[in-house]
Design a protein around this ligand. Structure first.
Ligand SMILES: [Zn+2]
Length: 374
C-alpha cells in the first residue's frame, strides 16, 4: 500500500514538475514573441525563391547564433541550408524550419488580392512563420538545457526549397540527420491539428520535345510540332489515370508551348508530378508516364528529352510523439481572434467558396490515420 502511495506521490511530483517546466518554456517563447513576429514579418517581405533564400536563412541563423547555438552555414553544399546546435550528447532532437516562397503569390498583408509591387514570389503557405516559430521553439529547449532542466542536444535545421526543391533530401543524403533521435516539424494550416498523418510521395519530371519549325500555313508539311507531342503526352496521361491505383495524383503544366499560332513550335515542354501515399506505387507509375511521353514523340516525329527532377518519399510518422504533441496542443490551445483580427478573417472568408467558421480556431483535430494531401 505504502509503495502504491509512494508511486502515486512521485508520479504527482513528476507531473507537477513537467507542468512547471512547460510553463517556463512557454514563458521563454512569450519573451521572444515580438522578436519572433518581427523575424517572420521580415521573411514575409523578403519572400525569396527556393535555394535563393539568402537573407531569410541568414536572419534565422543569426538569431540562433545570438542565442548561443553553434551554427554551420552552407551545409550539404547548399548555400541557404544550415544547422544550429545547442547542448551535447543524447538524445538529439531535430526541429525543422523552412523559409522559401512560392512563385506568383506576391501579396501585401491585406485581406484582398494585392501583389507587392513588381515582386513575383510570396509566402502562400506560411513559410515565413515556419522558420521563425521553429527557431523560437529550439531556443526555448536550449534555455532548458542551459538551466540544466534537460539533457541532450537540440538542433535546428534550416531547410531550403521545400516547395518542389526537395532541399531536405540533399541534407539527408549528406548525413546531417544521422545522429538524430527524432525530427519535429510543423506547417501552417487552416486547422490546428496533430497526428501521425503522412504526406504523398512524389516524383517530378519535365518532358522536352524538339521538332521542326515551319510556317504553319505556308509549309505545314515541313513542320514537326513539339506542341503536338506535348498534347499527345498529356492526353495519354489522362487516359492512363483511369488505370492507376486509388489515391494517385497526376498533374501537369505546359511550361513552353510555342510563341505564335503561325509558327510550328520546334520546342515545347511539359512539367509533370506523380503523387501517391506510397513511394513504391509512384515508382511503378513513372515508367508508364514515360511511355506516354514516348508515344507523343513517336507519333509526331519529334525528339524527346526526359529531365527527371527527382522524387521524395512519404513521411515516416511517429504515432507516440504525435499523440504527445496532440495532448499538448489541446491543453495549450487558447487561441482567440481580437476585434481587428476577426474583421481581417471575415474579409478573407468572404472570398472563399467554403469558409470555415471562425470558432474552428479553438478546435484541435487528431489527424492520425489521415492521408496527407501535400
Ligand atoms: Zn509549405
Amino acid at each position: 500500500m505504502s509503495r502504491l502511495i509512494t508511486g502515486v506521490f512521485s508520479f504527482l511530483l513528476l507531473t507537477q514538475s513537467a507542468w512547471a517546466q512547460k510553463e517556463v518554456m512557454l514563458e521563454s517563447l512569450r519573451q521572444r514573441e515580438v522578436a519572433t513576429w518581427d523575424l517572420a514579418s521580415k521573411i514575409w517581405e523578403l519572400a525569396e525563391p527556393g535555394y535563393q533564400e539568402f537573407e531569410s536563412s541568414r536572419l534565422l541563423a543569426d538569431a540562433l547564433e545570438t542565442a548561443g547555438f553553434r551554427v554551420e552555414r552552407g551545409v550539404a553544399e547548399i548555400p541557404t541550408a544550415f544547422t544550429a546546435t545547442f547542448g551535447k550528447g543524447s538524445p538529439v532532437i531535430a526541429i525543422l524550419g523552412e523559409y522559401d516562397a512560392l512563385p506568383g503569390l506576391s501579396q501585401e498583408a491585406v485581406p484582398e488580392r494585392l501583389p507587392r509591387g513588381q515582386a513575383s514570389y510570396g509566402h502562400g503557405c506560411g513559410h515565413h512563420l515556419f522558420g521563425a516559430a521553429s527557431a523560437s521553439a529550439a531556443i526555448a529547449v536550449a534555455d532548458q538545457i542551459k538551466a540544466k532542466q534537460l539533457t541532450g542536444t537540440v538542433r535546428f535545421y534550416g531547410c531550403p526549397a521545400e516547395e518542389g526543391g526537395s532541399g531536405k533530401a540533399f541534407m539527408v543524403r549528406a548525413g546531417l540527420f544521422r545522429d538524430c533521435d527524432v525530427a519535429l516539424h510543423w506547417h501552417p494550416s487552416t486547422r490546428n491539428t496533430a497526428g501521425d498523418s503522412s504526406c504523398l510521395a512524389r516524383v517530378a519530371v519535365k518532358f522536352r520535345f524538339k521538332g521542326q519549325s515551319a510556317h504553319a500555313a505556308g509549309s505545314p508539311e515541313q513542320g514537326r510540332s513539339a506542341l503536338d507531342a506535348v498534347e499527345l503526352a498529356c492526353h495519354a496521361s489522362e487516359l492512363m489515370r483511369e488505370h492507376t491505383p486509388d489515391l494517385t495524383r497526376i498533374h501537369h503544366v505546359i511550361t513552353s508551348g510555342g510563341g505564335a499560332p503561325n509558327v510550328v513550335p520546334d520546342f515545347a515542354e511539359v512539367f509533370f508530378y506523380i503523387r501517391h501515399p506510397k513511394a513504391e506505387i509512384v515508382r511503378e507509375l513513372y515508367p508508364r508516364l514515360l511511355k506516354c511521353a514516348q508515344a507523343g514523340s513517336l507519333a509526331t516525329e519529334t525528339k524527346l528529352e526526359e529531365l527527371y527532377l527527382g522524387g521524395t518519399m512519404e513521411l515516416l510518422p511517429n504515432d507516440s510523439i504525435a499523440q504527445v504533441a496532440l495532448k499538448n496542443l489541446q491543453q495549450l490551445n487558447n487561441l482567440k481572434y481580437d476585434a481587428k483580427q476577426t474583421e481581417f478573417a471575415n474579409r478573407i472568408r468572404e472570398t472563399l467558396v467554403k469558409p470555415q467558421p471562425l470558432e474552428s480556431i479553438s478546435q484541435v483535430t487528431d489527424t492520425s490515420g489521415e492521408v496527407g494531401k501535400g
